[in-house]
Design a protein around this ligand. Sequence first.
Ligand code: NAD
Ligand code: TYD
Length: 335
Amino acid sequence: MKLLVCGGAGFIGSTFARLRLREQGDAVTVLDKLTYAGREENFQDLTEEPGFRFVHGAIEDPGAVAAAIAAGSPEAIVNFAAETHVDRSIAEPDAFVRTHALGTYVLLEAAREQGLRYLQVSTDEVYGSIDVGTFNEDSPLRPSSPYSATKTGADLLVASYFHTYGLPAVICRGSNNYGPYQYPEKLIPLMILNALNGDSLPVYGDGMQVRNWIHSTDFARAIGHVLEHGDPGEVYNAGGPDEEANIAVIRRIIDLTGAEESQIDYVTDRPGHDRRYSLSSEKVRALGWAPNVRFEDGLAETVAWYRENAWWWEPIRSGDYRGYYERQYGRSLQP
Ligand code: NAD
Ligand code: TYD
């Protein structure tokens, strides 16, 4: 297939591009704005692959979208492009509204004009929090944060293009991802790097919030599976095999890195913090997908990757991220 992968310089988008180029022999054009989270380092091993192209631009810019389509002549658009951190959406929601609402609209219009298939990458956070049981694709949408609310808005716009214009669009909602190349503002890479560098490990509230963890390669494969086998107009959830409380995840990271229990620091909770996410993936499993990576194994591999790839994270930890960290946590990272 020829694919336009929007947001392909980010964590999951670059993982998806790598798998599609190397395992499926697809041609992949990445369109990415290169925000703080989008980095050319994430796809520097792909630039020599036949079929790989990179176009620098924003999804809300119709000219950039047209240029990327002209460059790659795609059959389908896969949209990963997003602002993705809940804490940043609480501090500064502006870019979340622009990218998720306007950006998704511009991509949908381009897909409609050019007769392209469309896959929207979405999140379990659109369903909100669930204390007991699991969400399925028919569960009500009750997002809690500006991040999840604007992602929900994008999903509804995608659905409207299927119902109104017959656009062959599908939505794939993932649970919390982890793996190589994840920006260290998110729980797992933040804790790994803080553990390795002797920084404190900031636990929000009581640390008993539960997340359903999926390895990024499993989610990337689920997205490919939905693209190939999903029915237009449908939503498919893709969750990981294991759920765990945050404090238990942090204790695993302490064991894997040799950090000290005394590095744990209970800090003020996130406003509007969702207690638990839990996702049923029966529908995409019925299409033949299943996750391959158990959390225990994937986390150990992820810790090893961060240990071995300081070239990737050192420029982040010595750059603008330091200022973000001070604003968010009220303390500095170790020099
Ligand atoms: P990320 O923050 O690592 O990457 C996002 C990418 O989008 C970056 O390369 C960034 O430069 C790009 N981008 C942002 N705004 C853009 C714009 N206006 N135009 C073009 N490019 C833009 O995010 P990620 O964790 O890889 O998430 C990718 C997708 O998966 C998102 O849609 C997210 O909502 C979804 N998702 C993420 C998770 C998770 O746990 N990380 C879970 C479920 C779903
Ligand atoms: P995060 O990685 O931000 O993902 P999401 O909010 O999208 O689930 O956070 C995962 C969980 O970890 C969430 O319950 C918030 C918690 N958390 C902390 O306790 N400390 C932190 O420093 C961060 C970033 C997250």
